[in-house]
Design a protein around this ligand. Sequence first.
Ligand SMILES: NC(=O)c1ccc[n+]([C@@H]2O[C@H](COP(=O)([O-])OP(=O)(O)OC[C@H]3O[C@@H](n4cnc5c(N)ncnc54)[C@H](OP(=O)(O)O)[C@@H]3O)[C@@H](O)[C@H]2O)c1
Length: 243
Amino acid sequence: MTDVIILTGAGKGIGKAIAIEFASRAKNDPGFNPSLVLCSRSPEDLDALAAQCRSAKIQTLSVVADIARREDRERLVEQTLLEFGTIDCLINNAGVGRFKNLTEFSEEDFDYTMSVNTKGTFFLTQKVFPVLEKKRSGHIFFITSIAAETAFKSSAVYSMSKFAQKGLIESLRLYGRECNVKITNVMPGAVCTPMWGEAGETLRNVMMMPEDVAGPVVDAYLQPARTSVEEIVLRPVGGDINE
Ligand SMILES: NC(=O)c1ccc[n+]([C@@H]2O[C@H](COP(=O)([O-])OP(=O)(O)OC[C@H]3O[C@@H](n4cnc5c(N)ncnc54)[C@H](OP(=O)(O)O)[C@@H]3O)[C@@H](O)[C@H]2O)c1
């Protein structure tokens, strides 16, 4: 039996680390057989990651898709069902962040952030949830952020999008509890990934690494059927970076 796992934003950063962590756990546990559906907008990232997973004998399906686009979300779910016949897990990891002073945000910044983090995540979840609800099992993760609960001056729009994700999670959990579907909110503080651009290199020594998030995500997925890890909060040992 295989576990069919859709992972958005798989090409870089935290998403890539989660894929590699699933592959490494499967390599060490013959009873765990994940099939990873890798999604992002950059085919070259997915090709490289799929090759890495295949070398660990993990089955993958790469779907180049922009979760902000309805037809791409539909194609992602349809291709998954066509290839594997079911879905066991959705990891809503794809996300974008633009960090500026309040008065500098353009309407384009706002629309871009909301279309991926809020709208894209909502409608992809809405499309996948009925598959899990019908089979009365499954798991949906959201990689939100500590910015889903804590405000930072440069992250007004990002925080809005992440607070909104938290609203969705809390509503969805009420549905999930009725049909045995686990909902996990993963809230990391600063993680050294391409999202930070050049600032990431300067701040590297006060950040977590993507694998520090990936490990707890896979641990939560592998809990016994009776147990749901509802929230994971991870921070750099020195606390939040005040950006
Ligand atoms: N890094 C941090 O400090 C941090 C902390 C807390 C939470 N988070 C959250 O963790 C998640 C992953 O962040 P990260 O730091 O790993 O970011 P990242 O390094 O920028 O990677 C993001 C991944 O998502 C993909 N992506 C972005 N927009 C997409 C879209 N519209 N459709 C499909 N794929 C898309 C990107 O690839 P393409 O651009 O090629 O599509 C990339 O593979 C995000 O939701 C972020 O908000 C990050």
